[in-house]
Design a protein around this ligand. Structure first.
Ligand code: ATP
Ligand code: MG
Length: 351
């Protein structure tokens, strides 16, 4: 059986994963780390000894909070005003500096230095590359990577740069919702309009995809790039904190988040000029779609059970791995699903 030469990578806000398409069996293999984890935390911790990535980084988070960088994807390739960066910094235990509108993290080990979000990304990608190499037993230098549909050219380029720094040539950048749709096999099923709801660690991404002869077209998208499991966790923390400090702590309204989700879904449909009934398939992606209330809201709105047959944490990486198989030439030609880039699409944002 030929060894796959192109790997597929999902570089998530909170977790990332790597996978390959196995031409022999036609299966996707998600590659585990040395301890058997299918995803690794998107965390990089710097000490005067070494750089610790993934679960090793997470272990150091409590002891070394100022030098443990996470959520770098929220900063990569983005231009901020100084006020925006200041308010972002207040959410994190590490220091964030403004370099001409770009974020940079300050790290102090033997010396104090700054690292870019691209550098953090490259450390994560190096680890994923090594996991793949250990598993496959061959050096890997080519990859397909996914990014949120809403990423602009600058954010996409910065992600590619992170991969280049890790010694990976990126053959294709694919949108996360498209990857997820492919993981569900929707590139071959008798389905035309697919709604992908991706609620991960950092972003809510709702995309309406239209399939035309094996190609995916993004008809509309909406979401909130500052709403995900990390925010729910933060709210919950705040809630507990308030409760502990005063008997009548202010209650964070979960209703509001759910309302926003509903709004995002409704907008997407309006922009795509489609009715609820016309959506053939609803695909749930992202760890936070495990929250029962989220599933309930979506089910009630569409009067239809969302498709959750693929592990929501792994749907994106599985789709990217399929793309890696297509790009690597090991996918049967008749189902070569590709994506039509839709650069002029306006995104409805619910920040
Ligand atoms: N059973 C669960 N119930 C609630 N939340 C969960 C559950 N399992 C995972 N999560 C949440 O899912 C989030 C991680 O999801 P995922 O790995 O899809 O995000 P990501 O890909 O890193 O982020 P993004 O796609 O936004 O860049 C975490 O915030 C985690 O708290
Ligand atoms: Mg994700």
């Amino acid at each position: 059986m030929p060894t796959p030469k192109v790997i597929g990578i999902d570089l998530g806000t909170t977790y990332c994963s790597v996978g390959v398409f196995l031409p022999g069996t036609g299966q996707v293999k998600v590659i585990a780390d040395e301890n058997g984890h299918n995803s690794i935390p998107s965390i990089v911790s710097f000490t005067d000894r070494d750089v610790y990535v993934g679960y090793d980084g997470l272990e150091l988070a409590d002891a070394n909070p100022q030098n443990t960088i996470y959520d770098a994807k929220r900063f990569i390739g983005k231009i901020f005003t100084s006020e925006e960066l200041k308010s972002e910094s207040s959410r994190y235990p590490f220091k964030i500096f403004n370099n001409d509108g770009s974020a940079e993290f300050s790290v102090t080990t033997n010396e104090t230095f700054r690292v870019t979000p691209e550098h953090i990304g490259s450390q994560l990608l190096l680890k994923l590359k090594k996991m793949a190499e250990d598993h496959l037993g061959v050096p890997i230098s080519k990859a397909v990577i996914s990014v949120p549909a809403e990423f602009d050219e600058r954010q996409r380029n910065a992600t590619v740069k992170a991969a280049n720094l890790a010694g990976l040539e990126i053959l294709r950048v694919i949108n996360e919702p498209t990857a997820a749709a492919m993981a569900y096999g929707l590139h071959k099923a008798d389905v035309f309009n697919v709604l992908v709801v991706d609620l991960g660690g950092g972003t809510l991404d709702v995309s309406l995809l239209n399939k035309q002869g094996g190609m995916f077209l993004t008809r509309a998208m909406a979401g909130n790039n500052k709403l995900g499991g990390q925010d729910f966790n933060q709210r919950l923390m705040q809630h507990l904190y308030d409760q502990l400090n005063q008997v009548y702590g202010s209650l964070p309204s979960r209703k509001e988040e759910i309302h926003r989700l509903r709004q995002a879904v409704e907008a997407v449909l309006k922009e795509g000029h489609l009715h609820e009934e016309e959506v053939d398939e609803i695909v749930l992606v992202g760890g936070s779609t495990r929250i029962p209330k989220i599933r309930e809201v979506i089910r009630d709105f569409f009067g239809k059970e969302p498709n959750t047959s693929v592990d929501p944490d792994l749907a994106v990486v599985m789709g990217v791995a399929i793309q890696a198989g297509i790009v690597g030439g090991s996918w049967p030609l008749q189902v070569s699903a590709i994506e039509i880039p839709n650069k002029h699409l306006r995104k409805t944002n619910f920040n």
